[in-house]
Design a protein around this ligand. Structure first.
Ligand code: YOG
Length: 138
């Protein structure tokens, strides 16, 4: 079983977020707001089902999926696109492919040194975020 992604996490670094947002077509005014946010993740897992909540003082976004089962994703409040998404395990990495208007789009999560790592990718841009654990208990 891969190291657990479950729990509460708070962002401690965020590299190339602006270029990722540009690749998604986010306006300059929204990018300016988004760049200042400290994002939090709450990840809940029950067997193959995941609920990933991304929260901030500005907007929240929740996605629910089962590993290996394609689902329709609407990125409400983000870039507001409709995607066909599929999440799979590759070793210790949880990988989501988001098929839609934007090419080579998705994300990868993994645990390294007790931190939650996230790469967000879109059309050749890769944003790298690291989160520290803020769960009350582990
Ligand atoms: O996470 O896909 O953990 O869904 C990335 C924002 C900012 C709105 C957050 C609100 C992309 C304005 C979701 C941010 C930029 C900018 C708080 C990342 C789009 C719009 C919600 C993501 C996955 C993996 C799970």
């Amino acid at each position: 079983m891969p190291a657990s992604l479950s729990g509460k996490w708070e962002m401690i670094s965020n590299v190339n977020f602006d270029n990722y947002m540009i690749a998604l077509g986010i306006s300059a005014s929204l990018r300016k707001i988004a760049a200042k946010l400290t994002l939090k993740k709450k990840i809940e897992r029950q067997e193959d089902q995941f609920i990933v909540k991304t929260t901030s003082t500005f907007r929240n976004y929740t996605v629910t999926f089962k590993v290996g089962q394609e689902f329709n994703e609407f990125t409400k409040g983000l870039d507001n696109r409709h995607l066909k998404s599929l999440v799979r395990w590759e070793g210790n990495k949880l990988i989501c492919e988001q098929t839609g208007e934007k090419k080579n789009r998705g994300w990868t999560h993994w645990i390294e040194d007790d931190k939650l790592h996230l790469e967000l990718f879109c059309e050749g841009q890769v944003c790298k975020q690291v989160y520290k654990n803020v769960s009350k208990t582990r």
